[in-house]
Ligand binder design. Sequence first.
Ligand SMILES: [Zn+2]
Length: 171
Amino acid sequence: MLAYRLNQWATAREMALSGYATSIIAAETNLSQRQCKHLCHLLAQEGYTIRQRPRLRSGLMFIRNRTEKIHASLFMLAYCQLGGTAVYQSIQRIALQKAHQYYQSLQNSMLTHCWTAFDINDSWSMAQELANKDAFIRRCRVCHSSHFTSVHQYTPVDCPFCVEETKIECQ
Ligand SMILES: [Zn+2]
């Protein structure tokens, strides 16, 4: 029991330092949101930078156009590759963290003045939609590339990689 408690708090600490929202930390560790908030408060007092966001976004808010769908697909394909078939059952947090690091390094090498990258909380939300069967990895019949599709997305774009050559929107 003690080992379980220690592991719970160690995971919560690591997640708080990685920028996860307290609601996600609570869901992953079984600690209460109040305990997670208190932990973040203590870490901030120790001098750590804790970035918190009040609420989670869903695919409705972050997949609104072709550009966003491409970004979601790049991230989620890396996540599925790293996490294997287990990603369709539950969130694989180590794979998620690695995929997000990969996505961030890709992001840093691109000129993205018109784009705000997904943070770790957006990434977690997409992974949750995949595990809940609210999102899928689809293979395009035309270009044969795979892409991420969420039932909550707010765009009619199907395959983001082979839609007619239109100017990629900047939003
Ligand atoms: Zn396609």
